[in-house]
Design a protein around this ligand. Sequence first.
Ligand SMILES: C[S@@+](CC[C@H](N)C(=O)[O-])C[C@H]1O[C@@H](n2cnc3c(N)ncnc32)[C@H](O)[C@@H]1O
Length: 431
Amino acid sequence: MQHQLTLFDDPTVAPPTLKASRSGTFVDNMPLPIHRWFRYSAGFAARWVEEVLTEWDVKPGQLVLDPFVGSGTVPLVCDRMGISSIGVEAHPVVARICKAKLLWERDPDRVGHFAAKVVKCAKGRKPDISSYPQLIHRSFDTETLAVLDNLRSAWSLLRDSSPESELIWLALTSILRPTSRAGTAQWQYILPNKTKKKVIHPLIAFQQQIEIIRSDLRWMQSRATHSHAELIVGDARAFADPMPQSVDAVITSPPYANNYDYADALRFEMTFWGDSTGWGDIHDTVRKYLIVSSSQHSSRERLKASDLLESDAVEPIRNELGEVMEQLARVRETHGGKKHYHTMIGGYCRDISLVLRQLRIACKAGSRMCWVIGDSAPYGVYCPIEKWIAELAIAAGFKQHHFDKLRDRNIKWKNRKHRVPLKEGLLRIEG
Ligand SMILES: C[S@@+](CC[C@H](N)C(=O)[O-])C[C@H]1O[C@@H](n2cnc3c(N)ncnc32)[C@H](O)[C@@H]1O
């Protein structure tokens, strides 16, 4: 393996100064205007994004990219700083949420009028809750579901192509959890068996959410003139051809290879809106568009270890990855669940490599990237993810990298019989 320079081998590059310990969590965004319109557990902190942009001295006129933009933390921060941005998101509902949050130039009064029309129309309707799937019936009491159904059908009648219509869709989507008696697990999985004591009446929750949206619109409009954000609802593995060498900086956090199923994250909201009828269709409607990061994904796609290892995308790490995949395949035979972690890891590395190649096309020479990333240990087999990403980045044509650990973690695997220490940190890549 060739020697790779790290960022801090270069004495002219300052060491990191970020207060980055909270970079990986969305909790800090919940008091922040607009960011708070939807709680997306997978998101990172807006203030941290701002710190990175400030540290890098990114200015209006430059272009920032987040290839895994999620609910839009990076473009919203960029909008407030007057910086142009591009986000890529493959989950159709997450992308829709992001798009709605970027509609902050709208007139708050028009949003209020649309909401009032929806409420008025809802009050005159007769609910029909018979056709909702089991998940929804188990998550709401009958009276709450009836009110939500009226709001939903009123919105469906009044919906049009206006931004106000989308903002009201987001408001309704965001009140589903607070009005549901079902609990939410870490990472947003819905838990219909774990009931909450306190729920909010849907009409009150809706009115409150509309007031928050209106007040946040005013807040943002007093600080920024217009949005400079473009959202690509698409695949980070294939987006860059129309924008060669145009990006100055990348701030992102990809899915981790830790078996978290992003397709499941918003299954509750999708089921309410009729975008999903259950487990069966979630692969075809969402998961197959995402990078491989869960064993459900690799098994549904019937990925083959040999094909993955033959892919030229994993060439720079083929030997080490092959050993880890072999070990995972062996350990799998001793476990009842027989999870497809070996192909999950192979698929993950292949996909991340494809994304890095796209980033090389999109980024200018000398650009900077910061990835929030964690390693993983399925079945207790350690996978040095940040090291592999760094090596794949160099192979894709970037020049330097450096990893700073932010915190230890070993929560995802706590039910497994192993104690492999894991970490999360910032992988900075340049060149
Ligand atoms: C860790 S989350 C990013 C959250 C984001 N930083 C925020 O603050 O909301 C990773 C995101 O990558 C998205 N994703 C997964 N595969 C993708 C792909 N192939 N192309 C684009 N986005 C993808 C997931 O849907 C998820 O929203």
